[in-house]
Design a protein around this ligand. Structure first.
Ligand SMILES: C[S@@+](CC[C@H](N)C(=O)[O-])C[C@H]1O[C@@H](n2cnc3c(N)ncnc32)[C@H](O)[C@@H]1O
Length: 301
């Protein structure tokens, strides 16, 4: 009885810590808008055809290598989006591996499934990374590429990943570094801000590039119970056939589109044109190349 009461008190204390932590995150990053997590409508297609080749593919190849190196028998992917990691990782897993691929937004998973060849090892499932519909200790690996920034409470999201990991299992995930280290995202944010000077859309700075403090990431993983944490900062390059391709990707293939349309849908094209001019003026008229930088994290224990 006494143990049960102690467990309940510990659970209550942890829940309270998460509430406080969630409030801290809101204050530090600027509160995430509801529209920031909506990847639906025309976003999945634009995201996959324009954003993925621009900034996600190179990182996905690295993530797949990293995960596959531990030869996991079971993998849970959270915030899988349009499946760029899934496509890179599935061929590297053993013939008997179990691979459960999840995302909050069903339209992203639907799109991912259409791009994946038939593979009986893969199970597609809509799931919130903060409330996973899986038993404790059911996976060798949890992986999540560029999803944690969207979690309304990261400590709760990390604790949930840890809960479903088997003892000795590992959590692999990545987040973008600050926006100033990511050239096109910075150019687009500044250009679109000039179109709406009184209420600049800040999605890119606030959410994808709003969670880059390595000390905070360590602290939140520790609070979620992880004991061993490795973080590596990696620089890559982002390439697009033209400034317009890069600008269209950011303005129309991410929830930045939701923010622009909420202000004035008729200005989506003008905002994209201004972003195109900004990228072209800094990176040239032909094919463009810009720096991207991310943190890659492995947590266990
Ligand atoms: C930037 S995309 C990354 C997608 C994919 N991992 C990739 O690398 O292309 C972020 C994804 O997080 C998903 N997402 C947002 N909030 C989530 C949550 N609470 N749980 C699970 N997925 C979430 C979105 O639907 C979106 O697909």
């Amino acid at each position: 009885m006494r143990n049960q009461a102690a467990d309940s008190l510990e659970g209550l204390a942890r829940a309270l810590e998460w509430v406080v932590e969630g409030a801290d995150q809101g204050i530090q990053g600027g509160l995430m808008a509801e529209s920031d997590k909506v990847f639906a409508g025309s976003i999945p297609k634009f995201y996959d055809t324009l954003m993925v080749p621009l900034i996600f593919e190179a990182n996905a190849a690295d993530m797949a290598e990293l995960v596959a190196a531990s030869s996991p028998g079971s993998v849970l992917e959270t915030a899988a989006g349009s499946g760029v990691v899934t496509r890179a990782l599935a061929p590297k897993l053993s013939a008997h591996a179990r691979y459960v691929v999840t995302d909050l937004n069903q339209p992203m998973l639907d799109y991912a499934a259409t791009r994946q060849g038939s593979d009986s090892r893969i199970e597609w499932r809509q799931a919130d990374a903060l409330d996973l519909p899986f038993e404790d200790a059911s996976f060798d690996v949890v992986c999540c590429q560029f999803g944690a920034m969207f979690f309304p409470n990261r400590v709760a999201g990390y604790a949930e990943a840890r809960r479903v990991l088997r003892p000795g299992g590992r959590y692999f995930f990545s987040v973008w570094d600050r926006i100033e280290e990511n050239a096109f995202a910075d150019d687009v944010t500044n250009a679109v801000a000039a179109v709406f000077p009184h209420d600049p859309p800040r999605f890119l700075a606030r959410t994808p590039h709003g969670y880059h403090d390595v000390a905070l990431i360590r602290k939140e993983l520790s609070r979620a119970g992880f004991a061993d944490i490795e973080i590596e900062t990696r620089e890559e390059v982002s390439r697009a056939p033209s400034a317009r391709d890069a600008a269209t990707a950011y303005c129309q293939g991410t929830p930045l589109r939701n923010e622009i349309e909420a202000r004035d849908a008729s200005l989506l094209q003008l905002a994209t044109d201004r972003a195109t001019q900004a990228i072209a003026s800094r990176h040239g008229e032909g094919p463009v190349v810009g720096k991207i930088q991310a943190h890659v994290i492995v947590a266990s224990g």
